[in-house]
Design a protein. Structure first.
Length: 263
């Protein structure tokens, strides 16, 4: 075989060159396709996939932050509610103690009122016995009758004690705001004082008249002005407990509104 026969023909060389060109163009087309895919695909993927993921991530972060803030607020509210519940429990305990103390005071006042009531009943019974004794006794007329008799003195002492007890019970009724019962007791004491007037000495007249005057004012001031009524009642009670002192200068009574003069 000659060298001329070993060399490729023109067509063969042309075919090989054309094949290389085809491969080169295919490579260029592949590179262009990849470039186009990258150029157009990455923004598409970013807009369609990455951006929604980022938005969802931001929303999740915001939701988590809001939830954390809400949890903190709830914990703070729970803490405040616990503190308020504890404070209310303390107030309830204090209120229960105050109510128990008030109930004890009211019970003590009720017991005191009952004692005065029992004493008044006993004094009423004593006065009834003395009246009966004075009525049926004929053998000792000189002893049992007359203004200076023993029975008259005992009767006057009993009436005096009844007046003091009535005023004491009336004072307790005032402390309980039972103005009607207080006024009734003061009026009853005022009526009984009329029976004592005959046995009052000359030196006791000033104190006796001041007691009458103060009881009248106390009656007029009930129930409209109980505070003023209490002052007059206490002053009259003190004079009676002191057995109507002879050395007594009646202090002028200040003009205060009464139930009759109040507008």
């Amino acid at each position: 075989m000659t060298p001329e026969n070993n060399q490729p023909s023109f067509l063969q060389r042309l075919g090989r060159a054309f094949g290389k060109i085809i491969r080169f163009l295919s490579l260029l087309a592949l590179i262009a396709g990849l470039a186009a895919l990258i150029y157009y695909g990455i923004p598409y993927i970013y807009e369609r996939v990455i951006r929604p993921l980022e938005a969802n991530t931001e929303e999740l972060a915001a939701i988590e932050a809001q939830q954390a803030e809400d949890v903190d607020k709830l914990l703070s509210q729970i803490s405040d509610l616990k503190a308020r519940i504890s404070e209310l429990e303390n107030h309830q305990t204090e209120s229960a103690q105050e109510i128990a103390a008030l109930e004890g005071q009211l019970n003590a006042l009720d017991e005191t009122v009952k004692k005065h009531t029992v004493t008044l009943k006993e004094l009423d019974a004593m006065q009834a016995s003395l009246d009966e004794l004075a009525a049926i006794s004929t053998e000792h007329a000189a002893l049992l009758t007359g203004e200076n008799s023993l029975v008259a003195e005992l009767r006057q002492e009993v009436i005096f004690s009844r007046v003091v007890e009535l005023l004491s019970r009336g004072r307790l009724y005032l402390s309980q705001s039972n103005f009607g019962l207080a006024k009734a007791d003061i009026q009853a004491a005022r009526d009984l004082l009329a029976e004592l007037e005959a046995g009052i000495t000359v030196g006791q007249e000033g104190a006796f008249q001041d007691v009458i005057r103060r009881l009248d004012l106390s009656i007029k001031n009930l129930p409209a002005f109980p505070v003023v009524a209490v002052d007059d009642l206490d002053a009259a009670w003190q004079l009676l407990v002191s057995r109507l002192p002879e050395e007594f200068d009646a202090a002028p009574i200040e003009i205060t509104p009464t139930a009759e003069t109040a507008p």
